[in-house]
Every structure is written in structure tokens, then in C-alpha cells.
Design a protein around this ligand. Structure first.
Ligand code: NAD
Ligand code: DAU
Length: 377
């Protein structure tokens, strides 16, 4: 095999799309999916590629330094694409310890293992430690009004495409970190460790910070799959606060394409922001979801609008995220391929067509999680 690459968190939402892309696109690479299979990890996400000769699954905790080191030595690993993490903000509010353990200590354990393998060799090409992070490390943006214009207003991406924006400022790579949730604080800390390993030991690292992803195989604790499933079953839709918060949505396969490009062509020690140029208020997305599910299920469009239920806001709820990904567009030529309308239609269809997948992941402990999370809100 030409290369041997560990992808951590490959059984999760984004990781499974990255593993699938790499296994299919690079038959000359050995792709090792290292995943602990927490509640969020699901091998059913990878059924279509599990028998490919260039794929290996290893059930392991990233915090297991000895285990990771042995695996790296055994497989002569020359690249790590690190996605494994605790990823849900609401869970981090209830249980911050697990987030510090996995996201900070787990990342450090991987860095130490990579250092132990690569440092004696002088970090030869094409060794890379690629850390996948989030836009939430930058904190929250305001909703500002350019002279007299009510948001949303139109701005122009560097590609020339127009998009709706809810403010005049965007997350750029040089912004200082201001994380607010235990989740984003832990991710921020892990980003700092990755950069420290470059600056102190010369490890060839790259970091990307991406906006909200949507698409198939996302665990239904996150807004889009949770609400699609609830609309289908006519269950209440718990909208936090007034539903005014803004997120910048990117189709998950576009994120996976960006990861492929940056892993191969990104500059060492650089940070790249990845985003959709696609800002939406939660309440507007929720209405699109209701209309789309209703239409696809043959219900009168909008029949389920009365499921919208305003509940107590998330503590420390960030108001607005909006990524400026023009650096990635200018330097490496990446931009989102799918319009949101097309992506959301594909996504809703996928969840409606894959009820078995949904039933499978919502069996077991999930009902208890759901009741605990929303009880008394
Ligand atoms: P996810 O929760 O769907 O999947 C996480 C995966 O990591 C699961 O397969 C889980 O089993 C695995 N995992 C968790 N702890 C582990 C451990 N200790 N050892 C080994 N494996 C472990 O997450 P996701 O939404 O796919 O996010 C993946 C990465 O992308 C995360 O680092 C997240 O911070 C980042 N990110 C996510 C988004 C998003 O919108 N989902 C956006 C930007 C960045
Ligand atoms: O911005 C990138 C981040 O996006 C990633 O780093 C995280 O891993 C990922 O989970 C996501 O974080 P969010 O908190 O933005 O995603 P979530 O789907 O949990 O929520 C999206 C918005 O919807 C947010 O404003 C909270 C709101 N919401 C969410 C849920 C689950 C509700 O109103 N009701 C809900 O039940």
C-alpha cells in the first residue's frame, strides 16, 4: 500500500463519510478506522465499504496511548485524520469531564503516539497530523445591521456567489478563540495542543475549523435528524429560546471533500476555515424541514407546523456562527457544491428511506437520553 492512514471517529457522522471517500477514492491507501464505538459510533454507517481490501476497523479508545502507538508501528502509519470527539454541546453541559477526557486527553494521546513514531525518523514526508475542529472555538457573532438594512442581507463570497448573512462579521482564521460551551472549550484546547506539537517538536500538522454539517448518518440528538424523526412521528419539536439563533450549514460530503483536499494539499501548520456560506435561523430551517417531510410523506404541506414547541434556551447558547472560508477557496480552490435546498431535500429523503437505521440508533439508551434532555424544559 502506498500510504497507511488512521482516521479516528470513522464510525461517527462526518468520519463515516470521510472513511467512505478515502476507501473508494484511494484503493492504494490502507484506511484504518480507529473508533471506540461510543453511543455516537455505528458500524452500520459503513456497511457498503466494510469488505473492501484496503479497509480495517479497530475498536480502540484514542486515550489508549499504548494501543495507538502499537497500531501505528504495526501498520507503518504515515497520516492521521483526527475526527474522534464528544461532539454534542447539550451533553457537554451535563457532563464536561467526558469532553475534557476525550477531546483534550485523547488528542494529546494521539499526538504523543505520532511523535513517538515519526520524530526518530525526522518527520519524513508525507507524514501529517490533521486535526478536525469546529467554528465554535471562535465564540459567537453578533447580528448587525449594515446601514438601514434589516438582516438577512446579501453578501458576496470570494467565489462571486451571493449568500444571505445575518451580520457583517464572519469567523476568519486569525480571530482569537473565545469558546463558550464545555464542548467548544475542549475542542479549543485540543487545537492548541496540535499547534503546540508543531511549534515545539516540528510535527507536520494542519487544523481545520468547520461550520455545522448536515446529511445522512447524523445521530438524532442534533437538530436536523432529530426534528426530521420527530416530524415523521408527529412528536413535539423542542425549539430552544425563540429559534432566532443562526448557524451556517454545510452538506457533509462537501466537508469530506475539503478534508481530502486539505490532507493532501494543505500547507503544514496552517489553519483553514470550512463553511457553507449558508446562514439560516433555526426557526426557518425547522419550517423547511416540516414542509419537506410533510410533502414527501404526502401530508398537506405545513400540516405539522403546530409541533413547534418553544422550550427553555440552551445555557450559553451562541447567537450566530458564520464562516468565512475564502482562504480555502483562494488557496486550494474548494467551495461548497450543493445548494442548501438540494442538500436538505436529499437529507430528508435519506432519513425517511432509512427508517431501519433510525430505529436501530434510537433503540436502547436513546429514549432515556431523550427524556432526560427535554424533561422540564
Ligand atoms: P459524532 O459524535 O457523530 O462521532 C464521533 C465519533 O467519535 C463516534 O464514532 C465515536 O464513537 C467516536 N469516539 C468518541 N470518543 C472516542 C474515543 N475516546 N476514542 C475513539 N473514538 C471515539 O461526531 P461528528 O459530528 O461526526 O464530528 C466529528 C468531528 O468533527 C468532531 O471532532 C467534531 O468536533 C467535528 N465537527 C463536527 C461538526 C458537526 O456539525 N457535526 C462541525 C465541525 C466540526
Ligand atoms: O458549528 C459546528 C458545530 O455544530 C459542531 O462543532 C458540533 O459538533 C455540532 O453538534 C454543531 O453544534 P450546534 O450546537 O450548532 O448543533 P445542534 O444540532 O445541537 O443545534 C443546532 C441549533 O439548533 C442550535 O442553535 C441549537 C438548536 N437546537 C438544537 C436541538 C438539538 C434546538 O433549538 N433544539 C434542539 O432540540
Amino acid at each position: 500500500m502506498k500510504r497507511s492512514i488512521i482516521i479516528t471517529g470513522g464510525a461517527g457522522f462526518i468520519g463515516s463519510h470521510v472513511v467512505r471517500l478515502f476507501v473508494n477514492k484511494y484503493p492504494e491507501y490502507k484506511i484504518i478506522n480507529l473508533d471506540k464505538l461510543t453511543y455516537a459510533g455505528n458500524l452500520a454507517n459503513l456497511k457498503d465499504i466494510e469488505d473492501k481490501p484496503n479497509y480495517r476497523f479497530v475498536k480502540m479508545d484514542i486515550c489508549d496511548f499504548e494501543g495507538v502507538l502499537k497500531l501505528m508501528q504495526e501498520e507503518h502509519v504515515d497520516g492521521i485524520i483526527h475526527l474522534a470527539a464528544e461532539s454534542h454541546v447539550d451533553r457537554s453541559i451535563k457532563d464536561p469531564f467526558t469532553f475534557a477526557q476525550t477531546n483534550v486527553m485523547g488528542t494529546l494521546s494521539l499526538l504523543q503516539a505520532a511523535k513517538a513514531c515519526w520524530e526518530p525518523l525526522g518527520y519524513p514526508e508525507p507524514c501529517r497530523f490533521y486535526h478536525i475542529s469546529t467554528d465554535e472555538v471562535y465564540g459567537a457573532l453578533e447580528m448587525t445591521h449594515p446601514e438601514g438594512i434589516e438582516p438577512p442581507f446579501t453578501t458576496k463570497a470570494s467565489s462571486g456567489k451571493h449568500h444571505l448573512a445575518y451580520g457583517e462579521s464572519f469567523f476568519t482564521e486569525d480571530l482569537k478563540y473565545q469558546p463558550h460551551s464545555p464542548y467548544s472549550a475542549a475542542k479549543a484546547s485540543s487545537d492548541h495542543f496540535v499547534r503546540a506539537f508543531h511549534d515545539t517538536f516540528g510535527m507536520p500538522t494542519v487544523v481545520t475549523n468547520c461550520s455545522n454539517n448536515y446529511g445522512p448518518y447524523q445521530f438524532p440528538e442534533k437538530l436536523i435528524p432529530l426534528f426530521i424523526n420527530n416530524i415523521r412521528h408527529r412528536k413535539p419539536l423542542p425549539v430552544y429560546g425563540r429559534g432566532e439563533n443562526v448557524r451556517d450549514w454545510l452538506y457533509v460530503e462537501d466537508h469530506a471533500r475539503a478534508i481530502d483536499l486539505i490532507f493532501h494539499e494543505g500547507k503544514i501548520a496552517e489553519t483553514y476555515n470550512i463553511g457553507g456560506f449558508n446562514e439560516w435561523k433555526n426557526i426557518d430551517i425547522i419550517k423547511v424541514l416540516i414542509n419537506t417531510v410533510d410533502r414527501l410523506l404526502g401530508r398537506p404541506e405545513g400540516a405539522d407546523l403546530d409541533l413547534i414547541t418553544y422550550v427553555t434556551d440552551r445555557a450559553g447558547h451562541d447567537l450566530r456562527y458564520a464562516i468565512d472560508s475564502s482562504k480555502l477557496q483562494k488557496e486550494l480552490g474548494w467551495e461548497p457544491s450543493l445548494q442548501f435546498e438540494e442538500g436538505i431535500e436529499k437529507t430528508v429523503r435519506w432519513y425517511l428511506d432509512n427508517q431501519d437505521w433510525m430505529d436501530n440508533v434510537t433503540s436502547g439508551d436513546y429514549q432515556k437520553y431523550y427524556e432526560d434532555m427535554y424533561r422540564g424544559r
